[in-house]
Design a protein around this ligand. Sequence first.
Ligand code: DI6
Ligand code: FE
Length: 408
Amino acid sequence: MNRDSDSPLRLWRNARLATLRAGAPGLGSVEHGAIAVQGDRIVFAGAERELPEALRRTEHATDCEGRWITPGLVDCHTHLVHAGNRAREFELRLQGASYEEIARAGGGIASSVAALRAASVDELVRQSLPRLDALIAEGLTTIEIKSGYGLALEHERKALQAARRLGEERPVTVHTSFLGAHALPPEAGGDKDAYIDLVVREMLPALAAEGLVDSVDGFCEGIAFSPAQIGRVFQAARALGLPLRLHADQLSNLRGAALAASFSALSADHLEWTDEAGAAALAQAGTVAVLLPGAYYFLRETRLPPIAALREHRARIAIATDNNPGSSPLTSLLLAMNMAATLFRLSVDECIAGVTREAARALGLQNEAGTLEPGRWADFAIWDIDHPAELVYRIGFNPLHTRIRKGL
Ligand code: DI6
Ligand code: FE
């Protein structure tokens, strides 16, 4: 931990805090609050009158004039690194074609694969930066970025290298996920098992050895890979000590949530078709249920994720953008929260926890990010709002005042 006492002490005072502290009711709110930061870590977050005397003495104090502070936002599910866009496909869908029809006809993910394969790492970074900047402009401090449009070692490598580069180009923490098992590449000749062999024997070990993989994801779906095929990917990942996540039950119920839970995955994502047993399994395993209202909205889905069952079994719920060119060209966590509330009926507290504490948990970063507590990274967002509900309520308006990442 970089908390050496030589680094200057910085203080944000006269603020209202949504600490999201575990165990605290609601948002763990504190009126008349202050946050003290040393180096890149929070050393105090709480009521200003409880601020220890030693932490009051600093020349670096900011009067927040009563503004609200939340943890920095965390987008725990994105395909942010991609090339080109699928606006034409969107037009076709407006004329009546379905997402699955387009995918089966060689459009969809396959067209994004062709575009990514043609792009260099520099080009991928160049195209992805505006999307990242849009998220950062709303207070994002941590982001998960998947591969999955390369589907061959050299191209998956490019995507993951581009994701790492984004974390160098901008003050943001990047968590990478290897999603080799996203779709079948054209050269596989329809043989999914042979492609999974390649993923498990060559792609994953090589990319993991290069330090490019923070977790391993898969797409468990009729148009993608079966539970048995995903199970092979998960076993290989587990053997390498890598955490797991899964695109589960998005378009049909293949019992993906239960599969993810059985491997103690960090998260299971989408979940529109997950049944009560799946929701219970997630809660039991501590696997975070990541809801992606942008994809639900953009694909005009009608089947809702099992919110009541997730609540009843006390599953952890996160919300993410699923930013990708095909099913969710969304670059706003504020809008994702509004959609989660409007379309899924999540509460304001669930939405805000879903893009902070629970999203950090979905990345295995619950001890580093997602709450305002001593020891956590000094990642937070200061908002020009009078009540936290405004973060969820507005549509297409950004009330961010200041974003602080690792104390800066
Ligand atoms: N589910 C999704 O919603 C995205 N990937 C996935 O596994 C869609 C990806 C795309 O259409 O490009
Ligand atoms: Fe996705």
